[in-house]
Design a protein. Structure first.
Length: 99
């Protein structure tokens, strides 16, 4: 949760160019909804309420939080991170190639 302000900044900076999507491993979907509202998260958060065993975390092999991914335009994973502080250094060159 401590990186939410950074993710908000990145979401605003790259609006229309980059899509941020969160995968929640919480087992309480109502709590996820409440936290999203309280923290002012404007990006999509996928939550099935089944923890790490749910189909979404399982599909992406999520083993801890945060577990962050950058996907390319073809939805392939380019890089995986444990901190949002590293995202911008990966995103900028990808966007530069598209310009």
């Amino acid at each position: 949760m401590e990186e939410v302000p950074l993710l908000k900044r990145l979401s605003e900076k790259y609006a229309g160019q980059v899509q941020i999507v969160g995968i929640s491993t919480d087992e309480n979907v109502e709590r996820v909804d409440r936290v999203v509202k309280e923290k002012g998260m404007t990006w999509s958060i996928l939550s099935d309420g089944r923890g790490f065993d749910g189909p979404i975390p399982t599909a992406y092999h999520v083993q801890g939080t945060p577990d962050l991914f950058v996907l390319d335009g073809d939805s392939r994973i380019v890089r995986r991170f444990t901190s949002a502080t590293e995202i911008e250094a990966t995103v900028e060159p990808l966007l530069a190639r598209r310009r």
